[in-house]
Design a binder for this molecule. Structure first.
Ligand code: ZN
Length: 198
């Protein structure tokens, strides 16, 4: 059986997201997008497309603040405002909103993370990953390098009997384009007949 692979994209939607959706559609692959509320607010039509094409929207907060930069109350306000936009996108798409929206905090969750109190107050788990790809770097590594890192990771996970959950970036808090990410995903998905985990 082919390995179970989950692709997740943080920090969008952005200018590269439509191209990425085309690549995913060609491969019949469903992904999860951990969106920023501030980007989603300007991209409701794109959010409708994402949902209608079978992808999942997760919450990556509104502004992508660093750990400790916001009070717990302010961070909860950001998360709830982003949840509300995600639910609105489902309504616009004519789909039922999910009971639970996955939440991934910016910069990931550290052991001594001051935001753990927020997760506890909201009684929500943190959506992590098994590999974070350094496509967020400026400049980003080339697509071959990114795809190679993902293939190596999937092979290692498969060999040890584990699924792979890969964190990529379809934009940035500054609304960057991500051409290398789009090309790397195309290379990865063209490499094998992956079974997506959804
Ligand atoms: Zn992020």
């Amino acid at each position: 059986m082919p390995p179970s692979l989950r692709l997740t994209f943080d920090d969008g939607p952005g200018p590269s997201t439509p191209l990425l959706l085309d690549v995913l559609k060609d491969a019949s692959f469903k992904a999860t997008f951990f969106v920023l509320g501030k980007h989603l607010a300007a991209e409701q039509d794109l959010a409708v497309r994402m949902l209608r094409e079978g992808h999942t929207l997760g919450n990556h907060t509104w502004t992508h603040a660093r750990p400790g930069d916001l009070s717990a109350d302010d961070l909860i306000e950001e998360i709830e405002a982003t949840d509300a936009l995600i639910r609105a996108a489902h309504r616009h798409a004519g789909l039922d909103a999910p009971h639970a929206i996955a939440l991934r905090l910016p910069y990931g969750l550290q052991a001594d993370d001051p935001r753990r109190v927020v997760l506890d107050r909201l009684a929500r788990p943190h959506a992590g990953w098994t590999l974070i790809v350094d496509d967020w770097r400026r400049p980003a590594p080339d697509a071959q390098t990114l795809a190679g890192a993902m293939l190596d990771h999937v092979a290692a996970q498969t060999a040890s009997g584990h699924d792979a959950v890969i964190c990529l970036h379809d934009s940035s808090p500054r609304h960057d384009t991500r051409p290398a990410t789009v090309e790397a995903v195309q290379l990865l998905l063209g490499h094998a007949d992956w079974r997506d985990a959804q």
